[in-house]
Design a protein around this ligand. Structure first.
Ligand code: FCB
Length: 450
């Protein structure tokens, strides 16, 4: 059966600055917390770092040509804040602005719509030195950076997301320390949650006041939470986890209130008009989604509840279940459920699917091709779930595959390959995988044969 998508549906791919750009110390860029973290021994698998990554900074034209070859209509990427403001604030770095001007112009030349994310985890180190997200001033400084972005680029970019996955960088950056800035501290974690929400709200207000018709929102990683057993502890833990992972940002940003139990924990940080300032009209929710959250109670973990991370298998999942090379389950039904939850409980918003994809250890065949059948199968399954949600009334506007290129997968280094395009990190050669050609057909047909 041919699954057809709505007219004007955007088909594209996503990346983020630190994961692909490289050029970490070039043309005036300041250090970010990921530069610091990845150069701290023991933090990243094999002590790898993003100094060069996929060198997109120098190879962006080649990458955009590949996107244009298959007629992608959109490209989601993020701005390295420390390229624009090397110290997070203060003096602007013209060479950083020049780089994004060239990138954006090249995309527009090829009829590819730029979907910009202002913050995909690479906070300027200088701001971290002043307390990072636990410092309330950082929200205002982020707002200034967003304002500058709009002044410099909104003649050509009208789709802007404030933050990528605030739950992920607040939990893994400030509660368990698995990611940059590598902190595990209750007060820092709680104050960061609130200041990150404020940063979003201030930025939306300021950007909107400069240009009312921008398309603005936030990108959230949301996923249905399930207890890993039927014990009371795990059931309770699931509610707690759901609150931190799914509601801590979605609720204040899109409904104007924190879940009651979270509000209680944040009360010493919340000031008078904060919730009003956070709750701004947004034009869409950016949904990143990969799998269920299978939750277990864990007294030794700061949240008291957690899901598998690092090399653990999802808790409570059947041992026979096949996983991707991230150790993630393949659960298109969770994607459908998540989308429908947004539709039904969050007032049927416009939704952009800003990330979805899978990592596999792809092999290059003797003839140079990469036959990544599992990724093709994954795409079919997840896109069928998307189509079903559209048929059931969800307002899905586009799908961005994670990822355009193999890249630096944070604490896991270069081993986990998510790209539709293979990158040889020894010589930076790009080789489209078969999933890339499969995606080409989807774009051409605006759908696929299920
Ligand atoms: C998401 C991140 C993205 C990438 C994928 C696999 O949580 O936003 O940068 O790491 O996971």
């Amino acid at each position: 059966m041919l699954l057809k998508f709505p007219t004007n549906f955007l088909w594209g791919a996503a990346t983020s600055s630190y994961q692909i750009e490289g050029a970490a110390n070039i043309d005036g860029k300041g250090k970010s917390i990921w530069d610091t973290f990845s150069h701290t021994p023991g933090k990243i698998k094999n002590d790898e770092n993003g100094d060069i990554a996929a060198d997109h900074y120098h190879l962006f034209k080649e990458d955009i040509k590949l996107m244009a070859d298959i007629k992608m209509s959109a490209y989601r990427f993020s701005i390295a804040w420390a390229r624009i403001y090397p110290e997070g604030k203060g003096s602007l770095n013209q060479k950083g602005i020049d780089f994004y001007n060239k990138l954006i112009d090249e995309l527009l030349n090829k009829d590819i719509k730029p979907l910009v994310t202002l913050y995909h985890w690479d906070l300027p180190q200088k701001l971290q030195d002043d307390g990072g997200w636990s410092n309330r001033d950082t929200s205002k400084i982020f707002c200034d950076y967003a304002t500058t972005f709009v002044k410099k680029f909104s003649d050509r970019v009208n789709f802007i997301s404030t933050l990528n996955e605030p739950a992920v960088f607040s939990i893994h950056g400030h509660a368990d320390g698995y990611m940059a800035p590598g902190i595990s501290d209750k007060n820092i974690f709680f104050s960061s949650i609130h200041n990150i929400n404020l940063a979003h709200g201030y930025a939306i207000q300021s950007m909107r006041s400069i240009k009312p018709n921008l398309e603005l929102g936030c990108v959230l990683n949301l996923s249905p939470s399930l207890p890993c057993s039927n014990s009371d502890e795990d059931t309770k833990a699931t509610k707690i986890f759901d609150m931190y992972w799914n509601r801590a940002f979605l609720d204040p940003m899109y409904t104007g209130s924190y879940p009651a139990a979270l509000e209680y924990k944040l009360k010493k940080y919340i000031q008078n008009d904060d919730l009003k300032n956070i709750h701004q009209k947004c034009d869409y929710i950016g949904l990143n989604h990969y799998q269920h959250s299978r939750v277990k109670a864990d007294k030794d973990y700061l949240l008291g509840a957690r899901v598998a991370y690092k090399d653990e298998r999802p808790f409570g999942l059947d041992n026979q279940e096949e996983l991707t090379s991230m150790g993630w389950e393949i659960a298109p039904n969770a994607y459908y459920d998540q989308i429908m939850e947004l539709k039904n409980k969050y007032n049927n918003p416009n939704i952009y699917l800003t990330e979805n994809g899978c990592a596999y250890s792809d092999k290059i065949e003797k003839d140079g091709s990469i036959n990544d059948v599992k990724r093709i199968d994954y795409l079919k399954k997840y896109l069928s779930a998307v189509k079903k949600s559209i048929d059931h009334g969800a307002k899905i506007k586009g799908y961005m595959a994670w990822s355009l290129l193999d890249n630096f997968e944070w604490a896991l280094g270069f081993e986990k390959r998510f790209g539709l395009i293979h990158v040889d990190f020894n010589n930076l050669k790009r080789t489209p995988k078969n999933s890339f050609y499969f995606y080409k057909n989807i774009i051409q047909e605006n759908g696929f044969e299920s």
